[in-house]
Ligand binder design. Structure first.
Ligand SMILES: *Cc1c(COP(=O)(O)O)cnc(C)c1O
Length: 409
């Protein structure tokens, strides 16, 4: 258990340098914690809301109230929060199919959407393309939305939906700020107020004191294996936004005749409520861990995005390594530092939905939950690891020790 002197020095220095940056994210978490608390009190949450339900789930008060709670916390009219949304990809897919109709145009304005949506949009069988939905993509301009190109494009082409990926996915760019999303939304609505603006908000929840839906975004989706699950939701996703759009999505998730009126949960809703309650704090733990890694690794000569003192709009930290060996040692060290499956030795594999071989460290309580400390990397140049999560700051710090040792060997 004795920490080597040089590692101790790196971490102590990083922690000292991080004080001001920590203060800012702590303020955000404090604000969000109070916002969530207020929503719980407004809806008079009681133990009865956590009850198990079976069968059709007509009148499931736990489900219906959970939806209202999310809608309030995310400053929008309606929400669907469900164990029947099986992942972030599924939530996003259901939202896309809920709104888009044959011959509609889907315009992605943050470059290509997240890898797992490739098949949803353009795949051979059952994709949006298969249903006759057209697709166009506008790349980011130096890491930001190319507003001029977007406005020009929608002026010339009748567009049904604009799709924004807030987080970086597998790229060395920063997540988009709410201010940037707000500016774009205002410009688009001026040209055509009927366009549905949708945000993939994975990893972005509670990073700011407001959400994309606060600034006029119509529809937003994400995964409960990430920030809003607070690290304890066993499975699920959410979609939220205007009532008009959320109803369309509910009709797709279940059936058009029943929408959000059905769906039971035999395990009950306690973790969904508790997860949301803990989400601002757990997101803070992950963010502080990420900031500590950034200060330490930057001091060691590695480039991170965002830079240590820079604002974070998602919980991901990209770290650029010099060699494949450094990269894989780092990812393996995260696995070794995990509470679950710490003994595994990792191999890169051809994961469904991804183009390059990917190596992934995830020693999690909830399978694949990336609000828990995890890291992954496509095996290709430049050698970039994507680090995220951490249920406790202390775990992140302990893992950093192991990582430093692994990459300086
Ligand atoms: C994780 C993620 C997804 C997909 O969510 P899953 O739960 O892994 O299916 C989509 N978009 C972004 C930006 C993500 O980070």
């Amino acid at each position: 258990m004795q920490m080597k002197e040089y590692i101790k020095n790196i971490i102590e220095t990083a922690e000292n340098c991080a004080k001001d940056t920590f203060k800012k994210v702590e303020d955000t978490a404090y604000f969000n914690q109070k916002k969530v608390l207020k929503a719980f009190q407004k809806h008079k949450i009681s133990l009865r809301h956590f009850a198990q339900t079976t069968g059709y789930g007509y009148g499931d008060e736990g489900r219906d109230t959970l939806n209202k709670l999310f809608a309030d916390v995310f400053d929008c009219e309606s929400a669907l929060v469900s164990p029947h949304l099986l992942s972030g990809t599924h939530a996003l897919s259901v939202a896309l199919f809920g709104v888009l109709r044959p011959n509609d145009l889907l315009l992605s304005i943050t470059g290509k959407p997240y890898d797992t949506l490739d098949e949803v949009i353009k795949g051979a069988d059952g994709s949006l393309a298969d249903f006759g939905v057209n697709y166009h993509c506008i790349d980011l301009l130096e890491g930001h939305i190319d507003e001029k190109a977007v406005v020009e494009y929608i002026t010339k082409n009748k567009t049904r939906m604009i799709f924004i990926t807030r987080s970086r996915g597998y790229s060395m760019r920063n997540a988009l700020s709410i201010a940037e999303i707000k500016s774009l939304t205002e410009k688009v609505k001026k040209v055509d107020s009927s366009i549905c603006i949708m945000v993939d908000n994975c990893y972005g929840e509670f990073m700011d004191i407001i959400e994309p839906t606060t600034v006029g975004v119509d529809l937003m989706a994400g995964s409960l294996n990430k920030n809003p699950g607070g690290g304890i939701v066993p499975t699920g996703g959410y979609v939220c936004g205007t009532t008009e759009y959320v109803n369309k999505v509910a009709g797709r998730l279940t059936a058009p005749s029943v929408g959000a009126e059905i769906g039971s949960n035999v395990f009950g809703y306690q973790y969904y409520y508790q997860g949301l309650f803990q989400a601002p704090h757990v997101t803070l733990q992950a963010t502080k861990g990420s900031i500590l890694f950034a200060y330490a690794l930057t001091a060691m000569g590695y480039e991170t995005v965002p830079k240590p003192e820079e604002r974070c709009d998602d919980i991901i930290r990209s770290v650029k390594f010099n060699t494949e060996i450094e990269l894989t040692s780092f990812i393996q060290a995260i696995q070794t530092a995990s509470p679950v499956d710490s003994f595994l030795s990792l191999e890169a594999w051809d994961m469904p939905g991804y183009t390059n071989k990917v190596i992934m460290a995830a020693g999690c309580f909830v399978e694949g939950a990336s609000i828990e400390l995890s890291a992954d990397a496509p095996i290709k140049e430049p050698y970039i690891a994507y680090l995220q999560g951490g249920l406790t700051y202390e775990h992140c710090k302990a893992a950093l020790e192991i990582c430093i040792e692994a990459i300086t060997k």
